[in-house]
Design a protein around this ligand. Structure first.
Ligand code: SF4
Length: 465
């Protein structure tokens, strides 16, 4: 994605290609906010930019290859390229393929990226071009914003490169996060998507110490932060929850409507031996009991998770245990990855690798089983009334999301042939039909604006003299 925003051709201009996960997108936003604050403008094209920043992903080999391709494209199209992000932690691999890049910085090295941009194209001197909206520059639709609460991770899952790339957990003070959230809400954001590498660990590194916000002190603890965010009157969606027991404390907030009834918990597997080899919590039987209790407390709860198949040593019995667990858990949404032996993670050296064709076959079996479950859970929503946040509108109708749909990850709620709404409207709809991933609905909330037909009729109506 070549990010574009505003064009002011007289000032030094940068292009930015943002790859990877929402966390990387937040890093891109921070870099752009800083550079626009200094008076740089952003080019929607390679040709219009004095220099292009490529924010890379280095999590899996496939993401590394995509990042290297993106760097090559930016070099071919523009020639002046600064690389940052996760792949920047491995500068040798980048220089080997692309020796012409101007500079390489690693993840979260905002100062170094900005410094590299200064060296490539000097910042303007006029301080009056340094104005930037107080809520910063955002790359998501105006009504949805990611809110990063911490960086890094203290866990050491054996398949994961993140702690090596991004280091141990570093949490932002709650007051700082809340001040940013408040600015975003005041700027028209209707949905805050809370992200980090490990959201439920928030504040552990700083002893859950409290910091001031409004007239109170708010502890750096997820339940306290979520409750305070819930007071802002916008949707609050929590992503990347590690399956700690403390997850249970979030359910009352969901049942009360303070945060969206949506849990994104990467369970990764269900076989205790595979989970132990992954260095993850291995009591999946208890998780089934907890799922039942969560759903009893909050019947609207949506549970999303991700799993890895083909992990070294995964036997057919382990895989069957995963299928059986999924059949019982009946999760709403499931993502599945085939294990990739990424250089630098312990699991890549484990014995008994699963042959790629076996991993492939297991992936298909898991997805086929889960697709039927997800479809049944979606079909159970037909006839229900629910709130939907409108994301896009065009001549064919409107498309939005319910509390069950995280942006760019889950499905949508489609309102065909519907007009008079705008992106960012929060409306009530009735679900009419379920597809594999999306729902079809009709609006209940009347449109706040005249539809095209009403405008046409009004323009044709005879005028009284
Ligand atoms: S909790 Fe997530 S980010 Fe942390 S090591 Fe495990 S998989 Fe990686």
């Amino acid at each position: 994605m070549l990010v574009h925003d505003i064009m002011r051709p007289s000032s030094p201009t940068i292009g930015l290609v943002s790859l990877g996960c929402p966390k990387a997108l937040v890093d891109s936003e921070r870099i752009l906010t800083r550079l626009v604050a200094e008076g740089y403008t952003i080019s929607p094209t390679y040709q219009g930019a004095h220099v292009v920043i490529v924010n890379t992903c280095g999590f899996l080999d496939s993401a590394r290859a995509e990042s290297l391709d993106a760097i090559g494209e930016a070099l071919a199209e523009n020639g002046r390229v600064i690389v940052t992000g996760c792949l920047g932690a491995d500068p040798d691999a980048i220089r080997e393929t692309h020796p012409r890049v101007l500079a390489i910085t690693g993840p979260q090295q905002y100062e170094q990226v900005v410094q590299a941009v200064h060296e490539a194209v000097a910042p303007p001197h006029d301080p009056y071009t340094s104005l930037v909206p107080p809520q910063g520059i955002h790359l998501t639709p105006r009504h949805t914003a990611y809110l990063k609460i911490s960086e890094g991770c203290d866990n050491r899952c054996s398949f994961c490169l993140i702690p090596a790339l991004r280091g141990d957990l570093v949490s932002r003070p709650a007051g700082e996060v809340l001040a940013e959230a408040e600015r975003l809400a005041q700027a028209g954001v209707k949905e805050l998507v809370v992200i980090s590498q490990d959201t439920s660990a928030y504040g552990r590194d700083i002893g859950h110490g409290a910091s001031p916000w409004r007239d109170a002190l708010v502890p750096a603890r997820l339940t306290d932060l979520a409750a305070a965010l819930g007071s802002l009157g916008v949707w609050v969606r929590l992503m990347y929850i590690y399956p700690y027991p403390a997850v249970d404390d979030l359910l009352p907030l969901m049942a009360e409507g303070k945060v969206l009834p949506y849990l994104d918990i990467p369970f990764q597997h269900a076989s205790p031996s595979v989970l132990r080899a992954m260095r993850r919590p291995a009591a999946q039987d208890k998780v089934l009991d907890r799922l039942a209790s969560w759903r009893a407390q909050c019947p609207d709860l949506t549970v999303r998770s991700t799993f890895i198949v083909g992990f070294p040593g995964e036997t057919e019995a382990d895989f069957q245990a995963l299928l059986d667990w999924l059949a019982e858990a009946r999760l709403d949404r499931v993502g599945c990855f085939k294990f990739e032996a990424v250089a630098g993670v312990p699991a890549s050296t484990y014995p008994d690798p699963v042959p790629p064709e076996v991993a492939e076959e297991r992936w298909h079996r898991l997805m086929a089983q889960q697709q039927a479950i997800s479809h049944e859970r979606l079909a159970a929503k037909v006839g229900r009334v629910m709130p939907v946040l409108i994301d896009t509108v065009d001549e064919t109708g409107a498309v939005g999301r319910s509390s069950a749909d995280a942006p760019e990850i889950d499905g949508t709620v489609i309102l065909p042939g519907v007009h008079g709404y705008a992106a960012g409207d929060l409306i009530k709809v009735r679900i009419q039909k379920a597809r594999d991933y999306d729902l079809i609905a009709t609006p209940i909330t009347p449109p706040a604006r005249p539809t095209a037909r009403e405008r046409l009729q009004a323009s044709r109506a005879p005028r009284r003299r």
